[in-house]
Design a protein around this ligand. Structure first.
Ligand code: KG4
Ligand code: ZN
Length: 328
């Protein structure tokens, strides 16, 4: 079964064709992050306009890269309906509905946060290294720009939300620190690059010993701001980057291990943009993690989710839901 998926929840415009939920036939991502770097944060209106500009070329390019797989041999469409920015989501949703109306193909609405998990089921036929497939029950951590969530996956149809952040997401803590230290808008990767081992800065590890499976990163953000304002010393940027990365990853690892023990998990999955972080991967070597380029937003995992978990829905009923919940 081949699914053409569309993802436009934030500032990436993405489309992909995936076979049987796992095999990547084509996967195209255009990002408008360069515009947001200039303003120090994502302006929803700008992101939505870029979605309008990119959506048709991205879908055309996706189909072009499919070789001899044509629209006729696509079995279904999948589209992110939320959570995300309303203006951005609408572009993908309305485009998918239009294609469904014209071609008569079924359409599968997708929750972006659950879908991140499914990057762990994808493989490229061109790749020589394949990571092991997850086994159930699995503990799954989604760490993206706006979400930090822990799930128990008993099987594809039974996914239970265990806990999440009470305030800021891990990605937000990375991004806010990055802005403070003078890096761009989605600065997690820049923090990783700048980090150099140092014991000069000490930051808290919020809720690390708390028995719940919730997270809190806003206190960490305040502590960073306080420490930085005390010193404002450019020679300490790499020490700050190191310690903030240590603090965030220490908490993520402790909570994920705690959940895995509690539920006797057979595998641990990490996903979402922050799962690209090499220090996190180093501290959690037992976790299955997607290739780096499949951690950040793309449409390949949207198609995979649709294959394993999605329900075809009448296109009249498919609608963008910016605050779509992850708690099930
Ligand atoms: O999943 P994603 O692409 O978008 C959302 O759905 O939010 O995640 C983006 C987040 C940003 O906060 C970005 O700074 C973070 O992922 N990120 C990283 C790394 N690469 C991306 N954080 C830490 N280390 C990285 N290497
Ligand atoms: Zn995402």
């Amino acid at each position: 079964m081949r699914i053409l998926a569309i993802e436009t929840s934030c500032d990436e415009t993405a489309a992909a064709v995936i076979e049987d939920g796992t095999k990547i036939i084509s996967n195209v991502v255009a990002s408008s992050s360069i515009f947001h770097n200039k303003t120090g944060g994502i302006i929803p209106e700008v992101a939505a306009r870029e979605q309008v500009r990119c959506i048709v070329p991205v879908i055309k390019e996706t189909m072009k890269q499919c070789g001899n797989v044509t629209m006729n041999s696509i079995d279904a469409l999948a589209v992110t309906i939320g959570p995300g920015l309303n203006g951005s989501l609408l572009i993908g949703v309305e485009t998918a509905k239009t294609i469904s109306l014209i071609t008569g193909k079924p359409i599968i609405p997708v929750n972006h946060i659950f879908a991140h998990l499914y990057a762990n089921w994808l493989y490229s036929p061109l790749s020589t290294t394949h990571h092991p497939l997850p086994t159930f029950p699995a503990i799954a951590l989604v760490v993206s720009g706006g979400h930090t969530e822990l799930f128990l996956m008993k099987n594809h149809k039974d996914i239970k939300w265990l806990g999440g952040t009470l305030d800021d997401a891990a990605g937000e803590a990375f991004d806010k620190t990055a802005r403070l230290l003078g890096f761009g808008s989605k600065g997690g990767a820049a923090i990783q690059q700048a980090a150099k081992k140092s014991s000069l800065i000490k930051l808290p590890r919020p809720l690390i010993n708390d028995q719940s499976l919730n997270f809190s990163f806003s206190g960490l953000k305040t502590a960073i701001l306080r420490e930085w304002n005390k010193r404002k010393d450019p020679s300490l940027v790499s020490a700050f980057a190191y310690e903030v990365q240590e603090a965030i990853t220490d908490v993520l690892v402790a909570k994920t291990k705690h959940a895995a023990e509690k539920f006797s998990a057979k595998s641990i999955l990490i996903s979402g943009g922050v799962a690209a972080n090499l220090r996190l991967r180093e501290k959690l070597p037992q976790a299955i993690a997607p290739p780096i380029h499949l951690c950040t937003d793309n449409a390949a995992y949207i198609a995979s989710y649709a294959y394993f978990r999605g329900e075809p829905t009448d296109w009249h009923e498919v609608t963008a839901i910016p605050d779509l919940s992850v708690e099930v």
